[in-house]
Structures are given as structure tokens and as C-alpha cells.
Design a protein around this ligand. Structure first.
Ligand SMILES: [Zn+2]
Length: 408
């Protein structure tokens, strides 16, 4: 990649999210894709700045860490039948869709995302294209095809396994092909006919095998889990992130098992509650109480995620999921932490991104207004910077000057 000029971004508000604090009239110095300095303008020693520096005063905006969506599917389109489309498409068609999804995530201020289920290692190929600058998108962590039982949830992505031997072989193959983490379907799900969300798919021992083999290869595991037994087994196997964690019962209610909630809160596992369209609709209707509020109040470590790509959930909808977390009872500050520093820690990138600190990747978002008092300002970022490269989302065109215009 070509070397980038050093840019000093100035903003009326610079927002730290570890914990939340605001610097009034501050700046972030970006050099070679990394954050070189963060602070208030009063502390800035201009004599120590590089000679070729470009200054970009963004004015009345909040400049904050780029956001992290811990659960997306680039190969799902967020329409009425995402699985049907995936199954009907060729690999080339899938990759084109995945590149659009990646672009939409970036437009929404998401500078890091985990793809938790794709077929044929297409997610790994897309990640490589983004990493080498061929395609535009967030930093991706990829899981390849989720491990599932024969005919189980999302079997059509190619990750069917039925015993310990299969499990080890699939984890090893995924590692060989370049995935970043392992996804396992601890319970059935909603998008696959014949699969039942409230029932566990794997025994506790099988999950342990998946975790043990993944750990040997230096990989985290994410577990899809709706029903209580599948959540419990995933927790007992010390799986890093519990996806959905809806406590869904056969009658469609989500009556909580409070002992299990407390065990989650005491554990090292994070809860990634995928606040997608269905969940938001159910919450809004009052028919179903999301367990997120109770998990949060009892101390579980919540991270922001959407399941972007599933039914009626577009990759640009990240801010709606953040509002849903607040509606479930989280404070705005904790939502911002869940979307940045805590998410980075959960996905193993705490030394790379998620905070404004010298030495970390220059992953930044500038938004109008102040997200600590109004999360809805996150919906339309004015400027998104990923690994030091500035990107103006189409919805912001004309409202801010792209930094490259200043450099030209
Ligand atoms: Zn998913």
C-alpha cells in the first residue's frame, strides 16, 4: 500500500470509550495507519509534529473510535430470504454481494466486523482483498462455515460434523484455509427448516473438543445459542462469545434462568445479543422481553452485534442495534463501550483497535452531535477512517470535505 501522509484530525469533541470521557477541542494524529497521538489541543506540542503534516479541522463533530459489529454475514443480503439467495447464488455472485455488504458496514461507521458464517471460505477471500487494499471494507475476522450437525442450522454453508473426530478435522481444515475464529451452532436456529432453536445440537463433550482444538490453534470460538441447554453447554465449554443468547423456549417466550444468567456474569464469556430487526420488532411490540436488560443488570459483559444480513437487517443498520441495547436498559456510555473497547477485547483485538490510544490502528468515526447524549447521531457518520484511510459515506457527501481533497 502507498505510504500515507500524516494527518492531524481536530474536532470539537474527541471521545474516549475506555471508559467514556470527552476531550473538548482535541485531536488525533494519524501516521502510517496508526494513531500517533491523542489529546487536547492545549497539550499539543506543534514543534514535534512531522513537517509534511496535513491538518483537518472537522469542527463541530465527535471523533471517536471506529465501531465493531461482532456478528455479521457478508453473504446474506438483509432481505426477505437471505438464505434462499445465498443457496441460489454462484460463488462469484456471493462475493459481489459480500463486497457490497462490507462497504455498507464501513458507511455505517463499522471499522471491524466478524463474519460468523459464510460458505466456501469466501469470507476469507474477501478479508484478504480488504487487507491488501483491493477492496474497501472494515477489518474482518472470519469464521468460514459454522460447525453444525448434519442437516442442522445453516448446514448449507458446508460445516456439517457429527462427532469428535469430525470436529477436530473441521477445525483443522478451517485453520489451514485461513479463518480467524471458529463458529459453532450450539443450538438449532430460525433460518433452517428442520432445525429447532430451543434444542441443543451438540453434547457438552463435543463442544469441549471444538474449543480445545481451536485453542490449540490460537483461535477463539463463538457459539450460536438460543435455547437454555445450548447456552449452558457453551458456557461450560468456556466459549468466548455467546451469540444471540436469547433464552428462547419452545413456546416462544424467553423466561430467564437466573442461575445461568449469574453464571454468565461471573464467567469470562461475552454476550453478543444480535439486536436485529426481529429482536427489535419483538421488543417494540412488548410481546417479548429481551434478556439483554437482565443480563446487563446482573453484570454480564455485553458486546454490540446485529447478525447483519439476516431477514430485514441491512449491513447499514448498526446504529439501530445500539439504540435497541439502550432500549433494553443499557446506559449510552455502556452501549458505546460495548460497540468499541469491550467488543475489541471480546474478539481478541484489544491491542489493535477499539480505543483511541497511540500505537493502535487509526480506526475512527466522526459524527455530528454527541453520542453520549443521543445515540441516534451514530446513524449517519460524516467520516469513517479505517487503518488510517479516510472514507466519506455517500450519505455524508457534500457535508464534509474528504481529506484527500485537502492533500491533492
Ligand atoms: Zn448469525
Amino acid at each position: 500500500m502507498p505510504s500515507q501522509a500524516a494527518v492531524l484530525y481536530l474536532a470539537d469533541r474527541v471521545l474516549h470509550t475506555d471508559p467514556v470521557s470527552v476531550i473538548h477541542r482535541g485531536g488525533v494524529l494519524v501516521r502510517d495507519g496508526l494513531i500517533a497521538w491523542v489529546g487536547g489541543l492545549g497539550e499539543l506540542d506543534r514543534t514535534r509534529l512531522p513537517a509534511d503534516i496535513v491538518e483537518e479541522d472537522l469542527g463541530d463533530v465527535t471523533l471517536m473510535p471506529g465501531m465493531i459489529d461482532a456478528h455479521v454475514h457478508l453473504g446474506f443480503d438483509g432481505g426477505a430470504d437471505p438464505a434462499g439467495r445465498m443457496r441460489a447464488e454462484t460463488d462469484v455472485q456471493q462475493v459481489m454481494l459480500m463486497l457490497r455488504s462490507a462497504r455498507e458496514l464501513l458507511d455505517a461507521g463499522v471499522t471491524t466486523a466478524r463474519d460468523l458464517g459464510a460458505r466456501g471460505y469466501l469470507d476469507v477471500e474477501v478479508r484478504r482483498a480488504i487487507d491488501d487494499g483491493t477492496a474497501l471494507g472494515p477489518r474482518m475476522l472470519t469464521a468460514g462455515s459454522p460447525l453444525t450437525v448434519t442437516g442442522g442450522h445453516c448446514w448449507f454453508m458446508g460445516g456439517e460434523i457429527d462427532d469428535d473426530r469430525d470436529a477436530r478435522r473441521m477445525v483443522r481444515r478451517h485453520h489451514k484455509m485461513g479463518v480467524d475464529l471458529i463458529k459453532v451452532m450450539s443450538t438449532g436456529g430460525y433460518m433452517t427448516a428442520g432445525s429447532v432453536p430451543w434444542r441443543a445440537q451438540f453434547t457438552g463433550d463435543e463442544l469441549l473438543t471444538v474449543v480445545e482444538e481451536s485453542r490449540r490453534l490460537g483461535k477463539h470460538v463463538a457459539a450460536h445459542c438460543h435455547g437454555i441447554e445450548g447456552i449452558r453447554r457453551a458456557l461450560d465449554a468456556r466459549i468466548r462469545t455467546l451469540e444471540h443468547c436469547s433464552f428462547m423456549r419452545e413456546d416462544g417466550s424467553s423466561e430467564l434462568d437466573l442461575e445461568l444468567v449469574d453464571a454468565i456474569a461471573r464467567s469470562d464469556s461475552y454476550v453478543s445479543p444480535t439486536m436485529n430487526y426481529e429482536v427489535r420488532e419483538l421488543m417494540a411490540s412488548g410481546e417479548w422481553a429481551s434478556p439483554v436488560g437482565e443480563l446487563y443488570r446482573r453484570g454480564a459483559k455485553i458486546i454490540a452485534s446485529t447478525d447483519a444480513g439476516v431477514g430485514h437487517t441491512r449491513h447499514g443498520d448498526f446504529a439501530l442495534a445500539l439504540k435497541a441495547l439502550a432500549d433494553a436498559g443499557m446506559t449510552n456510555d455502556d452501549v458505546l463501550i460495548a460497540a468499541t473497547s469491550r467488543a475489541a477485547e471480546a474478539v481478541g483485538l484489544e491491542g489493535v483497535t477499539g480505543r483511541l490510544a497511540a500505537g493502535l490502528s487509526a480506526d475512527l468515526v466522526a459524527v455530528a452531535g454527541d453520542p453520549t447524549s443521543d445515540l441516534s447521531v451514530l446513524r449517519h457518520p460524516l467520516l469513517v477512517i479505517v487503518r488510517g484511510l479516510a472514507h466519506v459515506p455517500p450519505s455524508a457527501s457534500g457535508r464534509v470535505r474528504a481529506p484527500h481533497e485537502a492533500m491533492a
